[in-house]
Write a protein that binds this ligand. Structure first.
Ligand code: UDP
Ligand code: MG
Length: 157
């Protein structure tokens, strides 16, 4: 099964909506392989957002990610990377569709409550950035056969 990384950003923790956000992913049927609270160091922020370091908003983004702890989640499911990006919505929350997490919980393009990996390749790198192998759990879900059809089970599991 495919895995992806989600970060619940400090603004979401401050606003008391981390439970609502986790619930969105749970309700969808994504399986949590790992979850932890941590502080993003300078090194980890610079690495995680290296593709944006020349952008004028980078100092603001960095400060916002270090304003408090984050919650890192590794979730698993068929085509999890793409599915989670759809659930999260557009980067600018004001343009994110209602029904998406950003569309429902945020007014901001910066303080947009969650991060999600944008490709299968980046998901692998990002999961390794936030989780040691022993922090990720492989366990049987009792409901998988009610969440996926037979053909999907053959294809994705
Ligand atoms: N960001 C911002 N202003 C911008 C674009 C991005 O403050 O114009 C912040 C925002 O918090 C976003 C993060 O930088 O989530 C990473 O940007 P990216 O383009 O990777 O968007 P994402 O993958 O988070 O949708
Ligand atoms: Mg991104």
């Amino acid at each position: 099964m495919e895995r992806t990384l989600i970060l619940i950003k400090p603004n979401a923790i401050q606003r008391g909506i981390m439970g609502d956000i986790i619930t969105r992913f749970e309700r969808k049927g994504l399986k949590f392989a790992g979850i932890k609270m941590m502080f993003m160091t300078d090194t980890i922020v610079n690495e995680h957002y290296a593709h944006l370091k020349e952008r004028p908003f980078f100092p603001y983004l960095k400060a916002s990610m270090q304003a408090g702890p984050i919650i890192a989640c590794c979730v698993e499911g068929a085509e999890a990377v793409e599915t989670v990006r759809l659930l999260v919505g557009a980067t600018n929350s004001r343009k994110a569709l209602p029904g998406t997490i950003r569309g429902d919980f945020s007014m901001s393009g910066e303080q947009n409550v969650v991060h999600a990996s944008d490709s299968v390749e980046n998901a692998l790198i990002e999961i390794g950035r936030f989780f040691a192998p022993e922090e990720l759990y492989d366990y049987e879900s009792a409901v998988t056969r009610f969440e996926y059809g037979g053909e999907e089970s053959q294809k994705f599991m």
